[in-house]
Design a protein around this ligand. Structure first.
Ligand code: SF4
Ligand code: SF4
Length: 398
């Protein structure tokens, strides 16, 4: 029986704009592009699943095709669903390890010194390349010695004392790898008279979705929707410092996982939109000039959400910042995609134009909203890459 859950392919007017914008189709002939892998073949696949084409697996789910499409075809969603439905899912320890971030992160933090040391050894990375197909050249983020939630415990009482509060979805990266971004957020919001409340959360599901662990992704998503909804009080907003977590909570839960997130949908805001609006209401913290020239790279998922203008306008409010806005380009990493040997070269090729434009910008550092864009840019350029919230925290500190 044919069930049409995503019939947006019928709106395709065959303009091929999506294919022009697809970074993977540009980087490799192995992927025919979003039009062909999405709406064109969906019509055939639903009639005869045997017509499925293995090349679907090359789509990185960056969503750039959806940004470009004038007919609002959910191209990337069509391709993701087709991957799950029609391609054989093989168990791979590597994919399990990279997608179960709570399990791996909570264990790694407990022995972070040892894990960080072993991950820096060439011999360990050699065996990881041979047995797990994780390229030796890929740089892994270091683990915190304590989780961010652990640090937050001593702050919790003080945060509840604020009259105005926001619910913070910190995500795995802040919790296990970059607690300082979470601390920066607390500092910025507290300087604006806003307390940070952190309900219980599980991994937003982005790496689980990318690696085909849909049941687990749905379980995590249902938990997060319930936990956030139960803690939302009047006037509160759900904020996230990861553009991909934010996108997942708002759009992937409903569109891809087909869950009802209406209890939180209108209250989710990516952090820069939330801050920009508070600044406009007169709540901007006192900032001193940062006196620095920096380049801004917009992540694909933030572009898909229409959130880039808020980040740029917020950054423009930081005194002494000479901001270079980079041309919109995918960095190529796309979450766990660029950590896999079979996609590593494509991922690197996609990022070349961005890396060159950063070199040409002659800046002191790079700003971006996404943790994996940060990893990719830091690996391929000599620059430190920070989140807009970290720059705000530095401006407050001056
Ligand atoms: S999601 Fe990205 S990689 Fe996949 S088809 Fe669209 S543009 Fe191409
Ligand atoms: S951009 Fe949209 S309408 Fe144009 S070919 Fe691609 S899917 Fe079809």
């Amino acid at each position: 029986m044919i069930t049409l859950e995503n019939i947006s392919f019928d709106y395709c007017i065959k303009c091929t704009v999506c294919t022009i914008y697809c970074p993977v189709a540009r980087a490799t002939h192995l992927f025919p592009g979003p039009k062909q892998s999405g709406p064109d073949t969906e019509r055939l696949r639903i009639k005869n699943p045997a017509l499925v084409d293995e090349s679907l697996k090359y789509c990185s789910n960056c969503k750039r095709c959806e940004i470009a499409c004038p007919s609002n075809v959910k191209i990337a969603d069509l391709i993701q669903e087709a991957k799950w439905r029609y391609l054989k899912q093989k168990f791979r320890f590597r994919d399990y390890f990279m997608s179960h971030t709570d399990l791996v992160g909570s264990a790694a933090v407990k022995m972070s010194a040892l894990v960080n040391f072993f991950m820096s050894l060439s011999i360990v990375r050699f065996f990881m390349e041979v047995f797990l197909r994780i390229p030796m050249r890929r740089v892994f983020p270091k683990y915190n010695s304590k989780t961010f939630r652990n640090w937050y415990r001593q702050e919790e009482k003080a945060q509840h004392a604020f009259q105005k509060k926001a619910l913070y979805f910190h995500g795995c990266y802040v919790n296990y790898n970059n607690a300082s971004l979470g601390k920066d957020l607390v500092k910025v919001l507290n300087a604006m008279g806003i307390g940070v409340i952190m309900p219980r959360e599980k991994c937003c599901g982005v790496p689980l979705i990318a690696n085909g662990y849909l049941t687990k992704a749905r379980k995590n998503a249902s938990f997060n929707i319930r936990s956030l909804a139960n803690n939302l009080q009047n006037g509160m907003t759900v904020i996230a410092t990861s553009s991909s977590c934010s996108y997942a909570l708002k759009y992937e839960y409903a569109n891809l996982l087909r869950l009802d997130n209406s209890a939180i949908f209108n209250r989710i805001e990516y952090i820069t939109k939330y801050l920009y609006n508070r600044f406009e209401e007169g709540m901007a913290p006192k900032m001193k000039p940062v006196n620095l020239r920096a380049a801004y790279h917009a992540p694909c998922h933030l572009e898909r959400m229409g959130g880039v203008m808020y980040t740029i306008d917020l950054l423009r409010k930081i005194p002494g910042l000479d901001l270079v806005i980079l041309h919109s380009e995918c960095c190529g990493i796309a979450g766990t995609y660029g950590f896999k040997k079979e996609y590593y070269d494509i991922s690197q090729k996609i990022g070349q134009e961005l890396f060159r434009s950063i070199e040409r910008a002659e800046v002191e550092l790079v700003i971006t909203d996404c943790e994996t864009c940060k990893m990719q840019i830091e690996m391929n350029t000599p620059y430190e890459v920070i989140h807009p919230v970290t720059l705000l925290a530095r401006a407050i500190d001056q």
